[in-house]
Ligand binder design. Structure first.
Ligand SMILES: N[C@@H](CCC(=O)N[C@@H](CS)C(=O)NCC(=O)O)C(=O)O
Length: 213
C-alpha cells in the first residue's frame, strides 16, 4: 500500500495527516504553498481539479474529499478499528455522523472562510452570518450527543468521526463562539487534545495554537 498526501497546514488535510500517523503507515507528504496558489498549479489540478486539499494518492490513484479519504483509510486498515463495519452495531450512527460532519458542518466552514472567494464578495457578509449560525447549531447538536459523558463521538473508542470532528472544532478557534464554549464539547476536546497523534500532527504542521487550550 502506498500513500502520498497533498495538504497544507491546519486545513482539511490535517485529519488525514493525523489518521496516517495513527495508522503508523509510511507516507509521503507534500505541503502546498497556498500563499503562492500552488493548489491551483496545473500539476496539482491534474490530481484534484477543484484545486483543494486534501488529495491522497492511494496506490497511484488520487482520492479527494477528506471524509471519504478517512473512511477509505479506516476500511483499508481494519486492525485500527477507526470505522464501524457493515452490519455491526453502531454502523448507522457511524454513517450518520460522518455524513453530518462532511455534508453539513464542513461546508458551513467553507462558507465562513471562503465567502469572498467562492461567491460575490458583496454578499459575503450574509453568507458568513448564515454559516456562523449553522456552525453554532451543529456544535449545539454535538454537545447534546456528548452530554451522556461518552469518551468519543460514537462511544468508547476513537473512530474516523473523531478525526474529522476534532479538526472541525480546531477551525472554530477564532470564531465568535469557538466549539470549546460548549461544556460537553470542551470536555471532549480536552481529552482529544491529549491524543498523541493529534499532538504530533500539530508539531509536524508547525501549529502551536489551540492544542494546549
Ligand atoms: N470538501 C472538501 C473541502 C476541501 C477544502 O475546501 N479545502 C480547503 C482548505 S480547508 C482548500 O483546499 N482551500 C484552498 C482553495 O480553495 O483554494 C474536503 O473535505 O476535502
Amino acid at each position: 500500500m502506498s500513500y502520498v498526501l497533498y495538504g497544507s497546514p491546519s486545513t482539511a488535510s490535517l485529519c488525514v495527516h493525523w489518521m496516517l500517523l495513527d495508522l503508523g503507515v509510511p507516507f509521503e507528504l507534500h505541503m502546498l504553498d497556498f500563499a503562492s496558489r500552488e493548489q491551483r498549479s496545473p500539476d496539482y489540478l491534474r490530481l484534484n481539479p477543484q484545486g483543494r486539499v486534501p488529495t491522497l494518492i492511494v496506490d497511484g490513484a488520487p482520492v479527494t474529499e477528506s471524509a471519504a479519504i478517512l473512511m477509505l483509510l479506516a476500511e483499508r486498515h481494519p486492525e485500527a478499528r477507526f470505522d464501524v463495519a457493515p452490519g455491526a452495531p453502531g454502523r448507522a450512527a457511524y454513517l450518520q455522523t460522518m455524513v453530518f460532519l462532511a455534508n453539513s458542518l464542513l461546508p458551513s466552514y467553507r462558507n465562513w472562510f471562503y465567502a469572498d472567494e467562492d461567491g460575490d464578495p458583496e454578499g459575503a457578509g450574509a453568507i458568513r452570518e448564515r454559516a456562523r449560525l449553522q456552525i453554532e447549531a451543529a456544535w449545539e447538536r454535538i454537545d447534546a450527543e456528548l452530554a451522556d459523558g461518552r469518551a468519543f463521538l460514537l462511544g468508547d473508542r476513537k473512530t474516523a468521526a473523531d478525526h474529522l470532528a476534532t479538526m472541525l472544532a480546531r477551525w472554530s478557534r477564532n470564531m465568535p463562539r469557538a466549539a470549546t464554549r460548549w461544556t460537553h464539547v470542551k470536555a471532549y476536546l480536552d481529552r482529544m487534545r491529549q491524543d498523541p497523534g493529534l499532538r504530533e500532527v500539530h508539531r509536524r504542521e508547525g501549529l502551536a495554537d489551540w492544542i494546549d487550550g
